[in-house]
Design a protein around this ligand. Sequence first.
Ligand SMILES: [Zn+2]
Length: 659
Amino acid sequence: MYRSAFFLTVVTLLAASVVGFRPSSDSPSGLQPLKFRPLPLGSVKPAGWLKDQLRIQADGLSGHLDEFWPDIKDSGWIGGKAEGWERAPYWLDGLVPLAYLLDDPGLKAKVQRYMDYALTHQAEDGWLGPEKSATGKYKARDPWPVFVMLKALTQYQEATADPRVVPAITKYLKCLHGQINERPLFDWNRMRWQDGVLTAYWLYEKTGESWLLDLARKMKEQGYDWQAHFRDLPHKQKVQKWEHESHVVNNAMAIKTPAVCFRLSGSPADAEMGRRAIETLDAYHGQVSGIFSGDENFAGRMPSQGTETCAVVEYLFSLETLIQAIADPAFGDRLEQIAFNALPAPFKPDMWARQYVQQANQPVAKVSKERVYTTNGEKANLFGLETNYGCCTANMHQGWPKFASHLWMQTADGGLAAVAYAPSKLSTTVKGVPVSIEVITDYPFSNQIIIRVETGKPVVFPLHLRIPGWAKSGTLRVTGSGDVRGGGDAKKWVADTARFQILDPEWSGRNQVVLTFDMPVRAEKRYNNAVALWRGPLAFSLKIGEDWKKIAGEEPHADWEVLPTTPWNYALAIDEKRLAEAVTVETKAVAGNPFNPSETPVSIKVTGRRIPQWDVEKNAAAAPPPSPVSSAEPLETLTLIPYGAAKLRITEFPVLKVQ
Ligand SMILES: [Zn+2]
């Protein structure tokens, strides 16, 4: 619970972290209303370093795959002979928000070409997309790739209001509804049914046609029971075979299932499973950056196990969905944790190459017949175009754009919520009044967030500001040209848990809210009693010298090994009770790409000694020796940089015995 150090006149403190549930009897035949409603694509636009990340990806693989990669360039989705299954829909699911958030005419034209083809080649009975993949690898009329295409189409409709989209989606879902009894869900579409249901809800909210909810219920009945799966996870150890149930991407996608089920049932027990799913995955397979291992099935907590890039972007989208139904600020904390650490990690800084899997302890990325992964191949941690398998090459694009468009949401009490923080601009209307909000910050690299709220005329509405769970103290200052009473004085807080703090003054003219989070370096206990260091939402990793060695392909989209040029096997000389004395933080303003190891705006200096017996095994770091450890090696000063910037890294360190 919240321990109040102050009470600001204009601030209503929300002690409970969850906005109250509306009883299900309010909408007996419909859907549970959302606590937080996402804004139509284009309402929240990225700025600052976040916009730069979108630009980098537009100038990298995201904006160019259709020019050279056969599975997009010659996709079955535009009548071509290459893969006609999930890859073009995956790419569009990220390209659509990328194009419209950057307002880039070239990217919009690319989107248009694929959308026009799909919308003008719908089958008589409503089927969307290729009847059968030209490669012959997949069953005919598989709903799975269409579920992905529907997510791209709904975003495209929000951005363009293209009048063809709602009828096309209606026709497709009717076709699915008509066949689902005779031809039940199977394979991937049976595991990923909840993503198809999201579009049925999207359409139901537009048309109110009850057969859509009947379809949603049937999909839930036929689909894999993720609620039972997370209630008592059947896979508590590293999994030794490939299977759907413990597949890393299936599970990352399934984290949204509690929200999907809650909207149908209204049962708090359904919603509660969202928290349970995350806790369970953390307990048995959790990795320091907030993701869980899967290479490509669950692989335990050892920090050299891999996590697939598809699972990273899908976990983000699951959290963005979960928080809409459940409004738990802890989901916002996790969203930032994964977006700021695990999301940038697998990308070459220019985003022309990606890893299939990333590792928390990753001192080398090279081809290796001997490998720590259960089913992933010898190139799984290279930075490449389609090394190991091409799904991540197609699916990686949604990460940053969807994160940007979900930074702000509308709340059930008629206000706006800051779900996550990054430089951005929001334009919307509240009670018919135009409202614009600008977030000016280098966060998470800096600890200060300036939120400028401007309204067309005076209007009262609540602004829900997420206070992260790690922000045990900080200050909040509100100033305004209008009737924002109590403005000007910085107020300090002390708190224990993540929460939403609500400001509900009459907003008038220009107002400014300044949030400052205290960010002392924190230590977290990990596998084998190892320690990871945190500052705010950023995990820090040893900066290892990187030798990028091109091994195949043509630049800019070549395949690279990354070999270490400096040692990595260090234990830290820290006393966790006196951590502040052991670390020095260096910060500067963001300039360039903050996820490029040579441009990172924040670093931590700490001392440590090498542990000679801690070596590479199977071309990965061996498990960190159990701490505390001893070493006779000389004491050295080490530089740690953000996890997402370190393309080679050690994040979970052994700790030296306190002398
Ligand atoms: Zn993948």
